[in-house]
Design a protein around this ligand. Structure first.
Ligand code: GLA
Length: 386
């Protein structure tokens, strides 16, 4: 990715005018609390240093024109159109459904047209929320360009709505909230029912630990039916249990005794215990016990693999290889069926852990994994003018 100044210059080259500013929104890694957001539960993500930048200028003709340094196609669309998903866009325009969708949803708050040039250093399909980062950078830019004030929790809900209604992906609130609300050196504890959040100090390096993100190179796509199916199963289980959402299940044994379908029992087991793992993890972080988080990550991974059934072979292999090499813990992150794994290791073992994961891949003849050292970073912001 280029810096903000080079992006602004590229904008001028492409659109023949100067941008009004450059905005940036990060991708995220979820420390713990997976598949809990759409169950009205708790999540604990942190922002990455990588993300999406947007150079932008307003337009008075009600048109949004988007270009990306990572895509060949330029897309022009009216901001007052219906849901993008109903327009049947071809695959090469699919990336632009996110910014156009955001422009269409934000229009009801008073924003209008714009020209946007997008640049990203987040790997796509790695489960690090490149889509949410694109939505959030666009949303911040549009609000500033058109002088519209929306507070960040509300903006996160609007960006989520754009993904649900415009792009047709039934995601929860976590990714957009993480991109907009995270702060450096913290994980974000978010109650997805109330929308209330708290910043929990999280600086692994201070405890001699390193967080490695392993891009397993198995691309994930939320639009595939499995994510929606899990969501529907959770809703069905909640209805059978007579609660508004699985977050409300307080008696796990009682709930498991009530449900007859073994699949629904497994889903409930995951969601209820995962919410408790978020609480336990927050307790450990507040106590400054970062090294103890490994046990939580491992329990989360087993639950996602065996109860929620959303893990994939590369993730299981990466987690197992990392643990055998002495990592404290590891788990798949994000929606599942592809994407990334998060590994917590003592910093002085990180290289051994990387080598072990790479060797396990090589043994199987898989495309080598990519490693990113994750540092809890700042949330979305206007970059220029400062
Ligand atoms: C994806 C979705 C999120 C969340 C996670 C699973 O990242 O976008 O809303 O449901 O999967 O925790």
């Amino acid at each position: 990715m280029t810096g903000p100044r080079a992006l602004a210059e590229a904008f001028t080259g492409v659109f023949g005018r100067e941008p009004e500013g450059v905005w940036h929104a990060p991708g995220r890694v979820n420390l713990i609390g997976e598949h809990t957001d759409y169950n009205d539960g708790f999540v604990l993500p942190f922002a990455l240093g990588l993300g999406v930048s947007v150079a932008a200028a307003p337009r008075g003709d009600g048109v949004i024109e988007v270009r990306s340094r990572q895509a060949a196609t330029a897309v022009t669309a009216p901001v007052d159109g219906g849901p993008v998903v109903s327009e049947g866009w071809p695959a090469e325009r699919a990336w632009a459904a996110y910014p156009v969708g955001v422009a269409r949803v934000l229009r009801e708050r008073g924003t209008g047209g714009a020209s946007l040039l997008i640049d990203s250093d987040l790997p796509q399909g790695a489960g690090l929320s490149s889509s949410a980062a694109l939505e959030c950078a666009t949303a911040l830019a549009l609000c500033d360009l058109h002088g519209v004030a929306v507070d960040r929790p509300a903006l996160a809900r609007l960006a989520q709505r754009a993904e649900n209604e415009q792009v047709g992906v039934p995601c929860g609130l976590m990714d957009q909230a993480a991109s907009l609300l995270c702060t450096a050196g913290h994980a974000l504890l978010l109650d997805c029912r109330s929308g209330l959040s708290a910043q929990v100090p999280f600086a692994p390096a201070g405890s001699g630990m390193t967080l490695l993100v392993v891009d397993t190179r198995a691309a994930h796509a939320l639009a595939g039916g499995e994510y929606g199916r899990r969501r529907a199963e959770c809703e069905e289980a909640a209805a059978l249990l007579g609660v508004a959402a699985l977050r409300d299940v307080t008696d796990l044994a009682g709930a498991l005794g009530t449900l007859r379908d073994p699949v629904l029992r497994r889903r409930v087991q995951h969601v209820v215990t995962e919410n408790h793992r978020v609480e336990a993890t927050v307790g450990l972080l507040r106590a400054g016990a970062v090294t103890e988080l490994g046990a939580m990550l491992n329990a989360s991974h087993l639950s996602l693999r065996d109860q929620f059934e959303v893990s994939w072979p590369e993730a299981d292999t990466a987690v197992n290889a990392a643990l055998r090499a002495g990592a404290r813990g590891g788990r798949m992150v994000g929606g599942g069926f592809g994407g990334s794994v998060l590994v917590l290791t003592a910093a002085d073992r990180a290289e051994r852990v990387r080598d072990a994961v790479a060797a396990a891949y090589a043994e199987r003849g898989w495309t080598p994994p990519e490693f990113i050292e994750a540092v809890p970073s700042r949330g979305a912001r206007r970059v220029t003018p400062a």
